[in-house]
Design a protein. Sequence first.
Length: 610
Amino acid sequence: MTLRLLPETTVNRIAAGEVVERPASVVKELVENATDAGARRIEISLADSGRNSIVVTDDGSGMSADELSLAVERHATSKLPDDDLLQIDSLGFRGEALPSIGSVARLLIASRQPGADAAWELLVEGGRKGQVKPSSLARGTRIEVRDLFFATPARLKFLKGDRTETGHTLDVIRRLAMARPDIAFSVSDERGKRLRLEEADGDLLDVRLRRLADVMGRDFADNALVIDAERDGIRLTGYAGLPTLNQAYSRSQYLFVNGRPVRDPLLTGAVRGAYQDLLARNRHPMVALYLEIPPREVDVNVHPMKTEVRFRDAGQVRGLIVGALRHALAGAGHRASTTVAAQTLGAFRPGTGMPLLSQTGRGYRPSGGSGNAALSDYYAPLSGMETPSARVETGGEGGHLAEAQGPYSAAEQDADESYPLGAARAQLHETYIVAQTSNGIVIVDQHAAHERLVLERMKASMARGEVKRQGLLLPEVVEMEEAACERVMARVDEFAELGLTLEAFGPGAVVVREVPALLGTTDVVGLVRDLADDLADLGEGLTLKERLEEVCGTMACHGSVRAGRRLNAQEMDALLRQMEQTPNSGQCNHGRPTYVELRLEDIERLFGRR
Ligand SMILES: Nc1ncnc2c1ncn2[C@@H]1O[C@H](COP(=O)(O)OP(=O)(O)O)[C@@H](O)[C@H]1O
Ligand SMILES: [Mg+2]
């Protein structure tokens, strides 16, 4: 074999193999170039989802005839003025996109600089470069890519169906558009306009939120918390969805580093860590986060498509993200997303108009229930707080149904405004608390709500390092598989810190001597088994602290007022007041809402009163 340098076209095709994977990657490179050229308006049009042709038009700075000729050469770039790879403030810098695309497709570039007398064009077909010729174009740059992969047909076979390819392309544009709300984007194909995002002026954060609403949906914009944190010269801004606005996939988590959309597993991990005790493991929140970091702290040159970055101190970035998200989430208090109420209202169906009695054959009778255990131990008295419905007497045979009290007095109404969750009016099915607020009703899931309260208290006492434990009169022996016992025993110190004292008891059992006092009387065996399952699931992905909190979540679930427990009016109000004062109380540990709020206005609409 002869050792030789490869011809240029072959070199470019090899580069294209990395950079140009599918129509979406062509669109990405061209739109990035338009953005770097200072465009305010970028139009993309696709034929046959980009296989047949991709046209990208911009109103940016354009190129002179000489620049045009140079732009399609390998390693030609205008973006590294002093060859400093550590100081990159443009999306491009590799000088590879145009020659790569030109080597595998037919690339026609027309361009005109502002104030120039003429426009110029240049065609590159399968790596063969033509002559720069006069062209007609009012301003900016128009790039047309036809017959993608005609020169490397093997690549065509890897393309997926139209829907998938167009989906990839739209995804690329959405990401770039989220980073640059000051640029208008439009995408069209044979079916018409596929995406249209108008540019907006004004304060960056407002403009950004509007763009996010257009891209991620109104629900996100309405139910997102503002993120703004800074540490050691690194700044994080953006929006994080309330936990109750969760999804089955983590696709809607976006990270931008110095204006560049990136896919970084660090984000997924950090988001998981931050929401970890607010969501079930198979549910994911929506976030859009913008990191501004000194260029020297991040290497953007690690991936040919520039979609990944490497942080000099990944732990620091992760810490900033987790901290900022948690801070915002804790500040959200009991807020649950408005989508919950909308979903609830959507689920209501108007009655048939038939008398209810003839439908059911009998009137409503409260069902008999379990014993009325005193819950005052659970709800520590709130100092100096008279709950607004303290006057509400319990009524009905079971003593658990707080009867409706007639119209609100003025005094109650005042009280109400300062108590967003209102005054408890009734407990239904021994599971739901119905409360009246100044402008609507609130339905609380008592188990979910109490679980959250217990968890937040455990976390607080853990943070203060003063976890109260309670000895068991009879130590409880829990039998489990040997592996499960080992997992639990390996964490015995962490459990002790949480108030759960365990000892090994032969190969297939552990003995429990103390449990966290907050849990009250609890099913100790079930608790330890669940914890063993947790440990098996969690693995090493989470930090120690996050793991402890996950474990707290499981414990809290065990220590909570189960559904099916009767509560009296005072207990119900105490629960509502505590929810108002507890961080994250809008959702249980699994991301389900703890309460639903229906505004009077919406209820009136249900009955056709509006
Ligand atoms: N739409 C455009 N408007 C103005 N100049 C452009 C445009 N697209 C490409 N160029 C010029 O062509 C050069 C090469 O582009 P490219 O191959 O994508 O490499 P890079 O973007 O890494 O510099 C750019 O540096 C820029 O000077
Ligand atoms: Mg480029």
